[in-house]
Design a protein around this ligand. Structure first.
Ligand code: NAI
Ligand code: MG
Length: 485
């Protein structure tokens, strides 16, 4: 066996990396404002690195308050001058064009997404990029059918939307935000997250190629201060945010008593519930998909596993066996299951929670896979015998760390699963339809998956209860967040 091959329970996989040459990247990216790439007033740029290698990929402009002002004014001008006046069917055509161009350039988007953010190419290629295209297709279809979406009401756009996205699904979150906004006749200023700005700028290039009127979509980069300047800007009629609950609270305070509307998609601590009558092998696969794929960098990650006492031992044994075969490593390799942790600081957060879990007395299991010497990595981690009061059960970790709790009755598991400040998603595994319906009505979670996990479709609304935020993205519900009557 050559050194590079991965030894895996009797199976050897040769490296199968996607070539970086499939992505054309510039050394430097300016801000996309008013249809052009413009130098930042700040004169500042920051580096974006590949978290799997710690190599610098490019540097991107850091927008300051003056840059935000320019972008917001460009969006306002495009809104009043062009976009809000355009025939809805014409708006739809632009969205269809963007969707098709994403499909044409899917491979390049997938490579850049995996390089900049560390997620396995299998995920970016099979999930992020196709779903991003599908969101544009879906909302393109609605653009000239708002009268059917809102019968007997005159849906009007809100105006300019300030959209702030996180680093876990950079292109997909941009699509979730931009597509419904444009379909309803709004214009946007979108800010990418500081560790993953590149696919948003690739999208800016694509939008230029699609011939979208200038200023309808503006894309900028920067960190929290840039986001805050967008939120506080007087031209912002709507704030769409996905990220941490802490920042969501700051935004809500900042816009209190203003005309600004908001949708906030915040953290989660989803319960994945396995009953004794569940198809155990499929459930184990669903658990792995729910927490380990994409490094647990998923707001709806199934980070709490509730397993019925009678099948606890078998589920945990099968889960450990499956975990041992997970391949951690090069995100560009098509065999990789778990890529790099997105940033050094997120890795520190996760490692800190692992220490907390040990201090709290839960039993830890980690696989002994070999980790690359450079970059940010975390082994798939399982805490068994965790209790409701443990911080690893209560707080969002946003990493490949799963806490297991057992239960005996349905009422008990519902009470335990709902005992969290969050309420974004949940999973239920059982052979009985009646149990599923019982749980879906009692779980305080925006999405409840049954006998599957992490399934997404542009038609289904997504969003949370409680501190997971408010408002829905996707589906018909996603349109109502961008219109007024
Ligand atoms: P964050 O909430 O700070 O960042 C998300 C976005 O908000 C980024 O674009 C950031 O630049 C922007 N931002 C930061 N401060 C802002 C402010 N005051 N006003 C406006 N925009 C602001 O999240 P961070 O620090 O990257 O991650 C911390 C934790 O948040 C993670 O460990 C995870 O638990 C959670 N998180 C949840 C996400 C979700 O999808 N619900 C996504 C990312 C993080
Ligand atoms: Mg990066």
């Amino acid at each position: 066996m050559s050194k590079k091959e991965t030894k895996l329970q009797g199976w050897n996989y040769s490296p199968a990396p996607e070539s970086k040459s499939g992505a054309s990247l510039k050394k430097q990216y300016d801000l996309f404002i008013g249809g052009k790439m413009v130098k930042p007033t700040s004169g500042k740029y920051f580096k974006t690195i590949n978290p799997a290698t710690e190599e610098v990929i490019s540097e991107v402009a850091e927008a300051n308050a003056a840059d935000v002002d320019k972008a917001m004014k460009a969006a306002r001008k495009a809104y009043t001058g062009v976009w809000s006046k355009m025939k809805a069917s014409e708006r739809g055509k632009y969205l269809f064009r963007i969707a098709r161009l994403i499909q044409e350039r899917a491979r390049e988007f997938a490579i850049v997404e995996s390089m900049d953010g560390g997620k396995p190419i299998r995920e970016s290629r099979d999930v992020d990029v196709p779903l991003a295209a599908n969101h544009f297709f879906y909302y393109a279809g609605w653009a000239d059918k708002l009268d059917y979406a809102f019968p007997n009401r005159q849906a009007q756009p809100l105006g300019v939307a300030a959209q702030i996205i996180p680093w876990n699904f950079p292109l997909l979150m941009a699509a979730w935000k931009i597509a419904p906004a444009l379909a309803c006749g709004n214009t946007v200023v979108l800010k990418s997250a500081e560790t993953t700005p590149l696919t948003a700028y690739k999208l800016a290039e694509l939008i230029q190629d699609a011939g979208l009127p200038e200023g309808v979509v503006n894309i900028i980069s920067g960190a929290g201060a840039t986001g805050a300047a967008m939120v506080n800007h007087p031209e912002a009629d709507k704030i769409a945010f996905t990220g941490s609950t802490d920042v969501g609270k700051i935004i809500q305070k900042a816009i209190a008593a203003t005309h600004k509307k908001a949708t906030l998609e915040l953290g989660g601590k989803a319960a994945n519930i396995i009953f004794e009558d569940a198809p155990i092998d499929q459930a184990v696969e669903g658990i792995v998909n729910g927490i380990y794929f994409n490094q647990g960098h998923v707001c709806c990650a199934g980070s709490r596993l509730f397993v019925e006492e009678s099948v606890k031992d078998v589920v945990i044994a099968k889960l450990k066996h499956r975990m041992a075969s997970l391949i951690v490593g090069d995100p560009l390799d098509k065999n990789t299951d778990i890529g790099a942790i997105n940033s050094r600081s997120q890795l520190q957060t996760i490692e800190n929670y692992i220490r907390i879990g040990l201090d709290e007395g839960a039993d830890m299991f980690q696989t002994d896979c070999k980790l690359p010497s450079k970059g940010f990595w975390c082994r798939p981690t399982l805490f068994t015998d965790a209790s409701q009061s443990h911080r690893i059960v209560q707080e969002e970790i946003f990493g490949p760390v799963l806490a297991v709790i057992s239960f005996r009755t349905i009422d008990e598991v519902i009470a335990k699963a709902n005992n969290t400040p969050y309420g974004l998603s949940a999973g239920v595994w059982t052979d009985k339809g009646s149990k599923i319906f019982n749980l879906t009505t009692k779980m305080r979670a925006g999405v409840v998956w049954a006998n599957t996990y992490n399934k997404f479709d542009p038609v289904s609304p997504f969003g949370g209860y409680k501190e997971s935020g408010f408002g829905r993205e996707g589906g018909l519900h996603g349109l109502s967040a961008y219109v007024q009557f």
